[in-house]
Design a protein around this ligand. Structure first.
Ligand SMILES: Nc1nc2c(ncn2[C@@H]2O[C@H](COP(=O)(O)OP(=O)(O)O)[C@@H](O)[C@H]2O)c(=O)[nH]1
Ligand SMILES: [Mg+2]
Length: 349
């Protein structure tokens, strides 16, 4: 999409109304700009990001969206599935945003290039928006900016937000702090038991999908689906009377997605009826807040240059003078207690 008519491209700083109008118009050009602002580390951008996010909070644009996580081992076919699944949602009249969490990327580029080619159909649709979100550094790991990006996409009118994770490790489990419904994709024969999957991931599965149920793999896919159905039957799901369904599909042959959509719609309806949907969102906000505190606090601490130097010196002493860990941590504790936080020199941001 091209810059909007009200774009003031030559003006160095764009004001709040530029972003709000652009988002209200579902202008993906402005959406992309806004995401860049919230990912930026520049002080003026950080301020603008807060201003935009507070303004959006007032608008309450998040109510009608559903945030869907797609997890599964690399190669399970997540991106291919999203193309198929996403296009089906588009045909149903939804607007679909896909955010791929990309640990190797600090913005654009990275492995999204590979993913975008797998989302060939979706990427050319006017009602779809695909974007990698960097997993970030200090600030809150994998989903640092993804949560904020979701809010921007929702403000731009996207009502189905799909988050693709890279794998199923401990870090990926963080995605469950920001999604409403979690789809787990596996391939035929993938791990005959559930032990390979981290507990944190397993506990959050709402719908399981055996992808690649096609060609020679069909038989194996049946076996895998049966196996998973049995194993998942032991899990107590927080949604009453919900037995995690295991669907077989083929993203290449484009068959089977209807059952996934049915489960998804039923899940959304039931969890809203039982109060789980919005309760979970509320809880997520609190958990999110708590989770961000240590890293933010540490970031602030390190702006006190002389404190940072003292910590560096402790570490040097551990290496050079063989100061042991227990002693080092006692000295560190003492340092925290005696350090003059209010008057110490702070480095300029
Ligand atoms: N036979 C078959 N291959 C698939 C299917 N879905 C994906 N693939 C292939 O699996 C490989 C990995 O797919 P990709 O979507 O990149 O997986 P991701 O790493 O989980 O995102 C690619 O070669 C796809 O063409 C499917 O339904 N059937
Ligand atoms: Mg992928």
């Amino acid at each position: 999409m091209s810059p909007p008519p009200y774009s003031r491209r030559n003006k160095k700083t764009k004001d709040l109304s530029y972003y709000l109008n652009g988002l209200a118009d579902s202008n993906t050009f402005v959406l992309a700009e806004a995401i860049t602002i919230i990912e930026s580390t520049r002080e003026d951008h950080k301020m603008m990001a807060s201003t935009i996010l507070s303004a959006l909070f007032e608008q309450k644009t998040t109510k009608k969206s559903v945030r869907i996580a797609i997890t599964g081992s690399p190669g399970a076919g997540k991106s291919t599935f999203i193309d198929y699944f996403g296009c089906t949602l588009l045909n149903m009249g939804h607007k679909v945003a896909v955010l791929s969490i990309d640990p190797s990327s600090t913005g654009s580029g990275g492995s999204i290039l590979g993913d975008k080619t797998r989302m060939e159909q979706l990427s050319v649709s006017r009602n779809a928006y695909i974007r990698p979100t960097a997993s970030g550094d200090l600030l809150g790991g994998i989903a640092a900016h993804t949560k904020e990006t979701i809010l921007l996409c929702e403000a731009a009118g996207f009502d189905r937000i799909i988050i693709e994770t890279v794998g199923i490790g401990q870090n990926e489990a963080e995605v469950f702090y920001i999604t409403d419904i979690n789809l787990f994709l596996l391939q035929p024969g993938a791990g005959d038991d559930l032990q390979g999957i981290k507990r944190g991931v397993l506990e959050n599965i709402d719908i399981a999908i055996v992808n690649k149920s096609d060609g020679d793999m069909k038989f194996l896919a049946n076996e895998t689906a049966r196996h998973y159905t049995q194993s998942l039957a032991f899990f107590r799901h927080p949604l009453q009377n919900w037995h995690i369904p295991v669907h077989q599909i083929s993203s290449v042959e484009k068959s089977g997605v209807e059952k996934v959509i049915q489960s998804l719609e039923y899940f959304e309806k039931e969890s809203k009826k039982q109060g789980l949907f919005y309760n979970k969102r509320k809880e997520q906000e609190l958990k999110w807040f708590e989770k961000q505190i240590p890293s933010l606090f540490w970031e602030w601490v390190l702006t006190h240059t002389s404190f940072k130097e003292s910590v560096d010196n402790l570490q040097k002493d551990m290496i050079n003078k063989q100061l042991n860990g227990v002693l080092a941590i006692r000295l560190y504790k003492k340092l925290i207690e005696t350090f003059d936080w209010s008057n110490s020199f702070k480095k300029q941001p």
